[in-house]
Write a protein that binds this ligand. Sequence first.
Ligand code: AMP
Ligand code: MG
Length: 403
Amino acid sequence: MRSYDEALEQVLAAVLGPLETELVPLEQARGRALAEDMIAPVDLPPFDNSMVDGYAVRAASVGAASEDTPLALPIGMEIAAGSWPTRALRAGEAARIFTGAPLPEGGDALVMVEDTEEDESGWVTLRAPGSSHYIRRRGSDLAVGELALPAHTTLTPGELGVLAALNQSTVPCFRRPRVGLLSTGDELVPVGEQALAPGQIRNSNGPALAAAIEEAGGITVEHVHARDTIASVTEAFARLAHCDLVLSSGGVSVGSHDHVKDVLEAQGSLAFWRIAIKPGRPLAFGRLGSALFFGLPGNPASSLVTFELFVRPVLRKLAGHALLTRPQLRATLTDKLPHASGRREFVRARLMWQESTGTYTATPTGAQGSHRTASMAGAMALLIAHEDHGDYPAGTTLPALLL
Ligand code: AMP
Ligand code: MG
């Protein structure tokens, strides 16, 4: 049986590199990974400008003006954002200026409007010396030729703002992985369809995994259902083998109705199918046609937890992201956590920030049975209970993988 660390290393090593690149309209690029270094083609800001509403002056004209020794200057011009000064600033005058407006030539200091008083005759009284601190210099945000964003950056609103400022209407991104999703099980009925006959249940993994695929940056191109027969699983595999990644749920254990492993060995290759984790011990990994293949367990909590631990990082690597895993923090158990050594356990938990101690506390989301769909709802993190450890007493601090 693979350890968690070995299994993660093996599945990530199976991704030889990101998929091809494509140009994506800026407004559709959120969440994608940048395929090339973005070098600033222009200076940001493109000109020296004011950080404040106030007055541009020549520092030498103002000297050490202060509350006790105010200085009055005539207002020679006004410069609004979006305009350009018509002439240089002369010695002994001030220019009324607004945030984002270009600094006039000769102006080398700014006085905030809060430190001034304007009178009707067109003069302004300055109660503070001018400061160059309020000047936003051309190129001080990003200079021409500077690396704005390295390849493999995940594009969040912040990065999209940088690309927009640099006038990139299309963005080179790695292609999103195309995923084939397969739900196996004679007992499954799709959500919203006919009433359940005795012995049947709703296919809840299908929609949950499709959402997880989307969140991870993949596209579910096909979602099929297979019955628990070799023929049905074989047919479904053949249909999905053209994808970048195939994900099945259920049928991966050792029961006589579990055919996923055998069919994978017949149609592709099986690298491993057991991992020393809980939930999710039966987890098949291999190849099917052009696709990487994951056979997730059927139990709802197991399928989502194993998706999170193994499939999500693989999808992110295929999609070209530098960052494959989620952040971790440490959280303190509010109650005793029963844990049997031998497997690494991932416990669905809620976290709560404790202002008084400056730490997070963690409380499991109820019974951790892998069949419990409700145990995933509201889970903010997976607490990591180590395979070399037994029960944890209340007050123990454990690593928590944020969901
Ligand atoms: P299996 O791995 O096929 O033995 O399934 C394990 C458990 O998960 C069984 O109780 C199944 O009924 C249940 N299960 C399998 N697939 C799904 C699914 N798509 N949605 C909800 N439950 C499922
Ligand atoms: Mg089954």
